[in-house]
Design a protein. Structure first.
Length: 242
């Protein structure tokens, strides 16, 4: 089965853009910044390897605690969790965890019941949401390609070096006529966010958004009786409702 990358891009960018339209730019900026961190790790494979090692340590520690608490009630495997920094699947899982965490954090940091989005916030959220959709697809492409992962594991790139396509093969565990499903992404653009100096421009943009988020949300105010304190304000493009 062939998947047209252009069609996928339009669908994903549209979905994120509509989502950003309702959320506003500030909440979308949280997602952008966290995606920028993933892009930075692609630029720094050593740090990426250390991060995965820390995740392995943390997950195995949690597994040990879970085994001690519930081992007498459940039959638990004694195998340890070993995520690999050069495995595309590891980073795809991390990508989706980051997206879920960003959504949760943005809601906790700017609660919908207390803040409403102004028209300008909707417009900025629409644009930033579309950018995030494009960002996610580019990260996903790099993970599937594998060329930028630690160890330079280019499994998909080596298999399709002559055509420029990405091939994904997944096994089915269900009782179906076909034991495997092969999907091939075609019509891929010949540029990505990892080309040339583009990653550092995106990283700089993410840092600018972080500064804008902090500056528009937090303010340092001075009061003769109370001294200096940090106060919370509606970000640009938002208004208080309660």
């Amino acid at each position: 089965m062939q998947l047209n990358w252009t069609v996928i891009t339009i669908l994903v960018v549209t979905f994120f853009a509509v989502n950003g339209l309702f959320k506003g730019w500030w909440r979308e900026a949280v997602t952008t910044f966290m995606l920028v961190l993933l892009l930075f790790l692609l630029q720094q494979p050593g740090m990426a390897t250390q991060l995965v090692a820390l995740l392995n340590t943390a997950l195995n520690a949690l597994l040990g605690v879970f085994s001690q608490l519930f081992g007498s009630y459940l039959t638990l495997s004694t195998a340890t969790i070993q995520l690999s920094a050069d495995d595309s699947q590891t980073w795809i899982v991390i990508l989706f965890v980051v997206l879920g965490s960003a959504s949760l954090l943005s809601r906790l940091m700017l609660r919908s019941g207390f803040y409403a989005v102004n028209p300008i916030g909707h417009v900025l959220g629409l644009g930033l949401g579309g950018f995030n959709g494009f960002f996610v697809l580019n990260l996903l492409r790099e993970y599937l390609d594998g060329r930028s992962l630690p160890g330079n594991v280019a499994q998909a790139a080596a298999a399709s070096a002559s055509t420029g396509d990405i091939t994904i093969v997944s096994s089915s565990t269900l009782s179906q006529p076909a034991a495997t499903v092969s999907m091939q992404a075609v019509d891929l653009p010949n540029f990505t966010l990892m080309d040339s100096f583009i990653p550092w421009l995106v990283i700089a943009f993410g840092l600018f958004l972080l500064l804008a988020m902090v500056r528009t949300r937090l303010r340092l105010e001075s009061n003769p009786s109370e001294g200096q304190r940090i106060t919370y304000h509606p970000p640009y493009g938002y208004r208080k409702t309660g």
